[in-house]
Design a protein around this ligand. Structure first.
Ligand SMILES: [Zn+2]
Length: 310
């Protein structure tokens, strides 16, 4: 907590990262900025998957949260990334700006990531941005006709480690295997006979398109005579890993460190917060999931992200 207070005392952090209001008392613990109370309201409205708002004075901070803030290094460092390509003449909101102006800016800055270096703008649901992205990737050339084709932004290696306390689907046990689905792609592990605590340690590979959704995981019970039964499922949000990797650039030039996190919440399947790490020049994330729509079971994975066109 003392370390966090010290960081807050740095001059750059004495004003809100978004509107410049003095003496911010709030922070976004997964973006790494100090913000004023008005901006904190807008951050909160984006959802915790984009910004996890915490009070510097009132909330109980974990060591992980504090270390992440220190790693980002404060408002100047964060803005150097999130406002790297703020258009010339663009005026940021002021401390007394209208709520709407504040909202538009904060949404553009963090959710749509419009001011990030163009090649880093990966996540987008907006057709107008798809064009920008396609034009900025070298191999797409100048042809606009390629928009709409599937272009892959990276490779996801998923090591399915194992499951525990899986549900019983046959007489006394189950013959489980894992299926991963990302858009149109599917990959699956082998079947392990009669085991509710299987160890797979199998690596599955998926290509990630520009417009990617969550990675879906299903555990199924292999059945010789009838349709395979579902033993539970879970969704994995890939945005924290892909966004963090994009913001930090080529991992081979970086030392081992935590660069982002996917936070456990009531509406996801995480059993615990999941850190995005750079380890030995690779972007990795361990994920532990509680299976949904079933009576019991957890599955652990280790994901690795390899960005293309970096
Ligand atoms: Zn503010």
């Amino acid at each position: 907590m003392a370390k966090l207070k010290a960081l807050l005392q740095k001059r750059e952090n004495r004003i809100c990262a978004d509107c410049g209001a003095p003496d911010p008392k709030w922070a976004s613990a997964n973006i790494g900025v100090f913000i004023c109370v008005k901006c904190s309201g807008v951050h909160r409205s984006l959802g915790t998957h984009i910004s996890k708002v915490m009070s510097v004075t009132l909330d109980k901070w974990t060591d992980d949260d504090i270390n992440f803030m220190i790693e980002v290094g404060g408002n100047s460092q964060a803005n150097a990334i999130y406002e790297a390509f703020l258009p010339k003449g663009y005026s940021k909101p002021h401390p007394d700006s209208a709520q709407e102006e504040r909202q538009n800016f904060i949404k553009s800055k963090y959710e749509l990531q419009e001011f990030l270096q163009p090649s880093l703008r990966i996540v987008s649901n907006y057709p107008s941005d798809v064009g920008k992205q396609a034009a900025s990737t070298p191999h797409s050339g100048s042809s606009k006709s390629e928009i709409g084709m599937v272009e892959f932004i990276g490779i996801l290696n998923v090591k399915v480690i194992g499951g525990t306390k899986l549900a019983v689907r046959d007489m006394y046990s189950s013959d489980p295997y894992v299926v991963l689905t990302l858009g149109q792609q599917k990959a699956q592990t082998s079947v392990i006979k009669r085991n509710l605590n299987p160890v797979w340690n199998e690596e599955l590979k998926l290509s990630v398109p520009q417009e990617y959704g969550p990675l879906k995981l299903q555990v199924l019970d292999h059945d010789m005579v009838s349709k395979d039964d579902v033993m539970g499922e879970a969704e994995i949000d890939l945005q924290p890993m892909i966004n963090a990797a994009a913001a930090y650039g080529d991992p081979e030039h970086l030392g081992d460190m935590q660069i982002g996190r996917w936070l456990k919440s009531a509406d996801n399947a995480l059993t615990t917060d999941s850190a995005v790490m750079i380890t030995g020049g690779k972007v990795k994330q361990e994920v532990s999931l509680k299976l949904q729509r079933t009576e019991s079971g957890e599955v652990t994975l280790e994901m690795q992200w390899i960005a293309l066109n970096m």
